[in-house]
Design a protein around this ligand. Structure first.
Ligand code: ARG
Length: 567
């Protein structure tokens, strides 16, 4: 059990005895002591007693084995300072555990993580970057915690744009395949024709009908478009080091044959009404600006299905067929109402039974230096692939300057790991609900809360072990110096941070933890000689170095960030 949980359990019991009922002990890491509990403050009003008095009674009743100092402070906080021996004991337990003290979950769930989800025949843009990066971290973390994770790449691979795209492919004839290499140009050319040429527009509209009625020749052309896009997306995932594969594509088209039955089932439950010719659901609690109930369009007036119908089918499929008990949707904030309404309709339909959760894991936008949506100099959308190429180039230059002797192959690998790592870390280290400014210099800086700084900290520890050679045998940890104690306290705090991140998917807390750990390591390394220390102390300090490296590696790996041995 980790220290935070241990102290929480003990204080919970003590406060419960004082209050005569369950109390959340609210034990947190603190600046004023190792840990602090503020539980007495909200209790005071309930019990009609002074908070300091409640805190003092809780301290008197608590099991304080391994606690060196327990005192009441300020308006009624309980401050706890842990004994060095307990810190050392727990550090040794964590060091001996390949999972670094992080338990496998006692309640494994089947979690569907819907992420990346770009649109076919369109280039992935930076908006898809956040979904891809945060979603991949979620999938990795939940998997490591012992859940069954189903990655769902909900490609936009169906709908009216395919009429014009297919007709454009037909017009290009044999040269079609080649022009698919540049998907944005392909899409834009089709769009220009669609807007300018009524004859083309008419053909495109007929094509949509042919596609939806399953015309074999049309389907074959459609598949070529989808396949070209999928190849492109997979290349980006590969470069980015994202764990999505070809088997994770579950595009909108895959729900096509379930849409009639979605409508039938909703209709059977009396949840649908015709409004302006369209078939709509009006989930309780959603009203527009005018105070009128807000419709979720399930089938359009022309009989076609849209984005909402597909998402309803996806919810039903994921719960019923895939057995999901938790579903995460990594999609930007602008789609909040869409998901709230889809989830509400699904609940009303009984497709989301109690105990199954559907969460819109929303995130803000990536902004340019001017504080507006990130754009190219010419004002176009920034392509993800070009952004990644630039990151790799910049990071390679950085690595070449830092470690002059690196061979070309190693340099290329490190450049890729540092470049993509910097982009991912910059994204994950800001509160996902906020927008953030994309800033090359800041994300590639070797100091501060950045990916390269953490990778550098890891590489530095690797070099200690390279230098130590055969003398590098870690031994039991003993806490003698303040800097050792501070580092050890960080090291045994990995488990609660991950538990929290698995619930909230707030990865900036995990990056904050890793940054704090690297900082504590730096301070330790400055104060405490390692290789020149006497044998027992050297072994203890090597164990601290080793555990720091393993924690950094594991933590960054969960974020999808590599840890090269040298930078
Ligand atoms: N393709 C959509 C877009 O680019 C995102 C899809 C998100 N997933 C979902 N189940 N709706 O905006």
């Amino acid at each position: 059990m980790n220290l935070e949980a241990l102290l929480s359990d003990r204080l919970a019991a003590a406060f419960a005895a004082v209050a005569g009922g369950d109390v959340d002990p609210a034990v947190r890491r603190s600046q004023h002591a190792d840990f602090q509990s503020g539980a007495a403050l909200p209790l005071a009003r309930r019990l009609g007693r002074a908070p300091r008095e409640i805190a003092a009674e809780a301290v008197a009743r608590a099991d304080l084995a391994g606690v060196a100092v327990a005192e009441v402070s300020g308006p009624g906080f309980v401050n706890l300072t842990v004994a060095d021996e307990l810190i050392a004991d727990l550090t040794n337990t964590v060091a001996a555990d390949p999972r670094l003290g992080v338990p496998v979950t006692a309640k494994p769930e089947t979690v569907v993580v819907d992420y990346s989800s770009p649109n076919v025949a369109k280039e992935m843009h930076v908006g898809h970057l956040r979904s891809t990066v945060i979603g991949d971290a979620a999938a990795r973390l939940l998997e490591w915690q012992g859940h069954t994770v189903i990655r769902a790449n909900h490609l936009g691979d169906w709908g009216t744009p395919f009429g014009m795209l297919i007709e454009h492919l037909v017009d290009l004839g044999d040269t079609g395949e080649g022009s698919l290499a540049d998907l944005t140009a392909f899409y834009q050319a089709a769009r220009v024709k669609f807007d300018a040429d009524p004859e083309f527009k008419r053909r495109a509209q007929q094509r949509v009908v042919a596609l939806q009625s399953g015309d074999p020749q049309t389907l074959a052309l459609w598949r070529r478009l989808v396949a070209a896009s999928e190849r492109y997306f997979l290349a980006v995932y590969d470069l980015l080091g994202v764990s999505l594969t070809a088997t994770d594509f579950a595009g909108e088209s895959s729900y096509h044959d379930q849409l009639d039955s979605v409508v039938a089932e909703l209709d059977g439950k009396g949840l649908l009404r015709v409004s302006d010719g369209a078939l709509c659901a009006f989930p309780a609690g959603f009203t527009g600006r005018d105070g009128e109930p807000l419709p979720l369009i399930v089938r359009k007036g022309d009989g076609g299905y849209g984005y909402a119908a597909t998402d309803l089918a996806a919810v039903r499929h994921r719960v019923r067929t895939l057995g999901a008990s938790r579903m995460l949707y990594l999609v930007g904030t602008p789609q909040r109402t869409h998901f709230q309404m889809v989830f509400a309709v699904a609940r009303e339909a009984g497709w989301l039974p109690g105990g199954v959760s559907a969460e819109h894991v929303e995130f803000g936008s990536i902004l340019g230096p001017d504080g507006r949506m990130l754009k190219t100099r010419a004002g176009g959308t920034v392509k993800l692939a070009e952004l990644l190429d630039e990151a790799v180039q910049r990071a390679s230059a950085l690595a070449a300057a830092k470690t002059p002797g690196l061979e070309p192959a190693a340099l290329a690998r490190v450049g890729r790991q540092v470049g993509t790592g910097a982009i991912k870390y910059a994204d994950l280290s800001t509160d996902r609900r906020s927008d953030y400014v994309f800033d090359w210099d800041r994300m590639l800086a070797l100091t501060g809360n950045t990916g390269p700084y953490l990778q550098y900290a890891y590489a530095r520890i690797s070099s200690i072990f390279r230098r130590a050679g055969a003398a590098a045998a870690p031994g039991p940890v003993a806490v003698t110096e303040a800097a050792e104690r501070a580092l050890a306290l960080e090291l045994i705090g990995f488990a609660p941070v991950l538990a929290e991140a698995g619930r909230s998917l707030d990865f900036h807390r995990l990056t904050g933890y890793l940054y704090g750990l690297a900082t504590a390591f730096s301070a330790f390394y400055e104060k405490c000689p390692v290789l020149s220390a006497p044998p027992q102390m050297r072994a203890s300090r090597l164990a601290l170095c080793d555990l720091t490296a393993r924690t950094l590696r594991q933590g960054l790996d969960l974020l999808g960030i590599a840890t090269p041995d040298r930078l």
